[in-house]
Write a protein that binds this ligand. Structure first.
Ligand code: FHN
Length: 616
């Protein structure tokens, strides 16, 4: 039986403190964390992040220069920020990009203005991506001759991160940094790549303890220089990085910057929030767990600049991007939306156009997004999504965000039997006659809404309708033999996943062509128990080797378990078979199972049939 990967995230915190000068403070991993805080302190520290809901991610670095065109084959244009690794360019050759980095069109005010026009509340830019290059004048990285100081731009005295920070903060936008753990350049990094010829020539041996000291110096330097509001770690998945290292690094960060927010990719149990990537969880993680989905604007899902994508003006549509933001807000999450600027220093104009369109929608409807909490529903109404806000007087505002207009223009908040005090269309004066019906609070919408993109109706209710309350949720339970059967037709689906052959033995979830697609089930078990997980699936030979992850999460808690399942060919899409995917130990009460694509071969990983949990 396969062993499950077990992961947990402890929401660690800080108390107030003063930033010391630019040194790496001693961090004793065994000592009690000096940043331990109460739940109220933690909430106060995370408040701005929870309220922000919308941030801009910026992947910009030396990899922008080749723009994805392989040095081996100019026809191969499918690379981006992973260029060094995915083209296996010798590091000595990649280093030459540093001598070319001169983004003369870079204008921090123009970038920050795009961010402001988009309505984002924070900007997170790569201070260091996996190529290990410090995008700032770094004395630490200069030990390896590997920072902005080496570039023509740096030599001209420019510091784009500082310029951007100032331009953002002038506009009330928080400035945050992305910093890699995995490093393809440092000679010290334990999983040093074969194409790191520079490291070999220097005769330096990999040494993870020395690497950690270097990384902590680098992070401390960035913290002391830029004082970011949040630190977005990445690249923590390689062997060699572990919980102890993660705790030590987080300790360093929290000592240098006590009020900072750290994402979970620092590793172990040391982050403040979860970071689903290119996906929106079907239900969120409950009110106690902050999360932020990072998503690309690029139509082909590139993070860094890709010239072919740029030439095609490939970008997701504004309604699609707004739909992501709305869906996330309704589940209590943020969206970190990525742009990959050009090597000349410009955010592509067609990105900026869509961002401004998002900002225009937010200018009218932002009250339904900023500062709100998750909506009312687990099973979403056909017309759209909800978000909630508790008003200072204790009343509750429920925002109904209409992704499509309901039949007969009759908007009903299913299950809300409390009489509404009022209802109002955001951006319009006057109120709508709101009523209480057995099906839920309701209004009739005017025809004038037909032409509007995602209009919002704000209902107000006396007293609190608990945002944590999930009306309409289906919680599945074990059958008489104690087994939990999770049928495709009971799942919450997104990104085009569809139930096929419903009610038959070969019922399955198909059309999984979008790797962001997830299927989620809510179920509850009466007592803690270990269950064998069995998966039914079908897949043609092209899909073999795909990997799906079955993620088991306890709502309201940050611990989760993953059962990875590698897809074997069953011969065809039609032929289903069953196999074990490991075992899982569940607490009593509710669990959410979310199945997502980890690795994709072919056009879809599989058709997914019944998932069964059998008590051991
Ligand atoms: O490897 C990176 C990738 O290049 C990009 O930075 C994304 C953004 O979330 N994170 C990693 C992959 O998970």
């Amino acid at each position: 039986m396969k062993k499950l990967i077990y992961m947990a995230l402890l929401l660690a915190g800080v108390s107030a403190g003063i930033c010391p000068a630019q040194t790496t403070p001693p961090a004793d991993a065994s000592a009690p964390a000096p940043w331990q805080e109460t739940e109220a302190q933690r909430h106060a520290r995370l408040q701005w992040f929870l309220d922000a809901r919308f941030g801009m991610f910026i992947h910009w670095g030396l990899y922008s220069i080749p723009g994805g065109v392989s040095w081996k084959d100019p026809q191969d244009r499918g690379h981006a920020e992973w260029y060094l690794e995915s083209t296996k360019m010798p590091v000595s050759q990649y280093e030459k990009f540093a001598d070319q980095f001169n983004p003369v069109k870079f204008n921090a005010d123009a970038w920050a203005q795009v961010a402001q026009d988009a309505g984002v509340r924070y900007v997170c830019i790569t201070s260091m991506h996996h190529d290990g290059f410090a995008m700032f004048p770094s004395q630490v990285s200069d030990r390896d001759h590997w920072s902005l100081s080496r570039t023509p731009f740096g030599k001209a005295g420019r510091d784009p991160l500082m310029e951007l920070k100032q331009a953002c903060e002038k506009r009330g936008i928080r400035f945050c940094l992305y910093h890699t753990i995995m490093d393809w350049h440092s000679p010290l990094y334990i999983n040093r790549r074969d194409h790191n010829d520079v490291a070999v020539a220097r005769g330096i041996q990999p040494d993870m303890d020395k690497f950690q000291a270097y990384l902590e110096d680098s992070v401390s330097e960035a913290l002391n220089r830029y004082h970011p509001a949040m630190l977005w770690f990445d690249g923590n998945w390689e062997a060699g990085w572990n919980d102890d290292r993660a705790r030590h690094l987080a300790g360093v960060v929290r000592r240098v910057a006590p009020s900072i927010i750290i994402n979970n990719r620092v590793g172990g149990t040391n982050g403040d929030y979860l970071t689903p990537e290119q996906t929106i969880p079907a239900h969120g993680y409950g009110p106690a767990v902050a999360f932020e989905s990072c998503m690309t604007m690029s139509g082909a899902n590139y993070w860094g600049f890709n010239r072919a994508d740029f030439e095609k003006k490939s970008v997701k549509s504004t309604p699609t991007l707004l739909g992501f933001l709305i869906d996330l807000a309704s589940k209590g999450g943020n969206m970190l939306l990525n742009v990959g600027p050009s090597p000349e220093g410009e955010i592509p104009a067609f990105y900026a156009e869509h961002l401004r369109e998002m900002g225009a929608w937010l200018a009218v409807n932002g009250d339904a997004i900023y500062g709100t909490r998750a909506g009312l529903y687990v099973h979403q109404p056909a017309w759209g999504r909800t978000t909630t806000r508790v008003l200072p007087n204790g009343d509750t505002r429920v925002y109904a965000i209409l992704l499509k207009l309901p039949n007969d223009h009759r908007l009903v908040l299913p299950g809300v039997t409390v009489a509404p005090l009022s209802a109002q269309i955001l951006g319009q004066s006057g109120t709508l006659p709101a009523e209480s019906t057995p099906a839920g609070a309701a209004v009739t919408l005017p025809d004038s809404l037909d032409a509007k993109v995602y209009p919002v109706v704000a209902f107000e209710f006396k007293d609190r309708i608990d945002p944590a309350q999930t009306i309409n949720s289906v919680v599945l339970e074990p059958g008489t033999n104690g087994a939990v059967q999770l049928f495709p037709h009971d799942a919450d689906l997104n990104h085009g996943l569809q139930v096929q052959n419903e009610g038959n033995d070969d019922e399955n979830l198909g059309f999984w062509t979008d790797r962001q697609g997830t299927a989620e089930w809510n179920f509850a078990v009466p007592a803690p128990k270990t269950y064998r997980v069995t998966v039914k699936w079908s897949a043609p030979p092209e899909s073999a080797g795909s990997v799906i992850h079955l993620v088991f999460q306890t709502p309201g808690q940050t611990a989760y378990q993953i059962a990875p399942f590698t897809i074997a060919s069953t011969g065809s899409w039609e032929k289903l078979q069953a196999a074990e995917a490991g075992s899982v130990t569940l607490p009593a009460g509710r669990t959410v199972l979310s199945v997502r694509v980890e690795k994709l071969s072919g056009i879809a990983p599989c058709n997914l049939g019944l998932v069964t949990l059998t008590p051991e």
